[in-house]
Structure formats: structure tokens, C-alpha cells
Design a binder for this molecule. Structure first.
Ligand code: SF4
Length: 237
């Protein structure tokens, strides 16, 4: 997978979602992620089916959490979406999630992992074997809203390879990764370079921006115009 002719269709899938919305409607970055992720899943399903026709069949199955003790990078729109979602959970579930974030952070601190080391020290992070705070009974509690890095971590090798501390699994390649699109959009709209936030750091990172960047919004027409630039493809007919 990944030949240049593949690129246009996934990019068009993003633009089609924006085309279906009123151009004057305003979206925050978190709302952009909320709008796009379900449609992106349909596009991933199409690409996975096509790979399957070429005997590249992912071994990932619901209930397999072999990749849920990895450092998960989020783009800013995904972080804002998940922080808002966590804040809106029923009280008991929210307490459970907040407690899981606390526990994960204290175990990471004990392992000497913090700041940029959370995403750059992949081996040490995996060795610490820390559950993702959204992992409950070996299931993703936010399956519908899991970030692009999780959706696109589709292994062709055995699940045990995902859990290894080394380079791990053979992964299916994709012509476009939604997290990279989100990161590039946030950089264009907020200024600065593309940012990757460790999922376990997400709540702290977003808390300082809850009344600022998280609330900034753009019209769908503006988001579409920026998307065309970020994706580098012409609009579909
Ligand atoms: S968000 Fe869900 S799929 Fe991703 S690492 Fe966490 S539990 Fe696993």
C-alpha cells in the first residue's frame, strides 16, 4: 500500500466530511476531530479491506490490548476532543478515568519517564507496562473515539509482537495518517510547529488551554481551505 495514486482518496474522504457541513458553521479543533474520526474509520476500513484482498490481513481483534501499553501520541485536535469527552463522562466513570490517569502518571514518574521522554523513550515506556488510562478489562473504553495512532496501529504480525519492547510489530502502511493531518491543521491554525502530546499527559496539557485554544473556532469554509493546503490535493469535483 502507499503508492502515490492512493493519496487522493483518503484526502477526499476528509474533504467530503467538511463539504457535508454548512460552510458558515464554526468548529473548534476538538469538534473537527469529532466530526472527522468516524468518517476516517470508514476510510480505514476500505483500505484494510483492500489490503486483505492482497493477503495483508491485520491480526488485531476487539479485546486484544497488546498495543495499549505503548506511548500513544495525540495531535492537538484529538487531545481537545478526548479531554472534552472525559469531562462529559458520567461521574462514576469520570472518576475512574481520572484515577487511571493519576495512576499511570505516578508509575511513569517512578520509571523516570516524563515530558518529551514519554513519547521518545518507547522501549522504556513499554518496559514499564503501564495500561492506557482508557483501558478497562483489556478493552478500549473509548473505542469509538480512540485516536488515529490507535486506529492505524494495525498489525500484520502476531499480537505478541506488539507487546514486545523492541521494534515490535509489522504494521499495515497507510497513505495518509489522520494524526499527521490533525497536527498540521493545528499548527496552521494556532501557529507554531506540529505538536505530539502523550495520551497520559493529555488532561494536564489541555487543562491549561481549556479557556483559550480549546475554545477557538473556525468556520467550516476556513477549515476546508486550510485542509486543502495541508492535504496538498485539489478539492474533489
Ligand atoms: S485509547 Fe484505547 S485503543 Fe488506544 S491505547 Fe488507549 S485503550 Fe488502547
Amino acid at each position: 500500500m502507499g503508492e502515490p495514486t492512493d493519496f487522493g482518496r483518503p484526502a477526499s474522504a476528509i474533504l467530503r466530511v467538511l463539504d457535508a457541513l454548512p460552510g458558515s458553521a464554526r468548529l473548534t479543533l476538538g469538534e473537527l476531530a469529532t466530526q472527522l474520526l468516524p468518517a476516517w474509520q470508514a476510510e480505514l476500513d476500505r483500505l484494510v479491506a483492500r489490503a486483505g484482498a492482497m493477503d495483508e490481513v491485520p491480526t488485531c481483534r476487539r479485546g486484544c490490548a497488546a498495543c495499549c501499553r505503548h506511548p500513544v501520541p495525540l495531535a492537538i485536535p484529538e487531545a481537545f476532543m478526548l479531554a472534552r469527552m472525559a469531562a462529559g463522562l458520567p461521574a462514576a466513570h469520570r472518576e475512574r478515568v481520572l484515577d487511571a490517569f493519576e495512576q499511570a502518571r505516578s508509575r511513569l514518574d517512578a520509571a523516570g519517564l516524563s515530558g518529551t521522554a514519554l513519547l521518545s523513550s518507547v522501549h522504556a515506556y513499554r518496559a514499564a507496562s503501564i495500561d492506557c488510562p482508557f483501558l478497562e478489562h483489556e478493552q478500549c473504553a473509548i473505542h469509538e473515539w480512540r485516536p488515529g495512532a490507535c486506529r492505524e496501529h494495525l498489525a500484520l504480525s502476531a499480537p505478541a509482537r506488539c507487546a514486545e519492547e523492541g521494534d515490535g510489530a509489522d504494521l499495515l502502511g497507510f497513505p495518509l495518517r489522520i494524526g499527521e493531518y490533525f497536527a498540521a491543521m493545528a499548527a496552521r491554525l494556532l501557529g507554531g510547529a506540529p505538536v505530539a502530546i502523550a495520551l497520559v499527559d493529555m488532561l494536564d496539557w489541555c487543562a491549561g488551554r481549556a479557556d483559550g485554544e480549546a475554545l477557538r473556532s473556525w468556520t467550516v469554509a476556513e477549515l476546508r481551505a486550510h485542509s486543502v493546503r495541508v492535504l496538498g490535493v485539489p478539492a474533489p469535483d
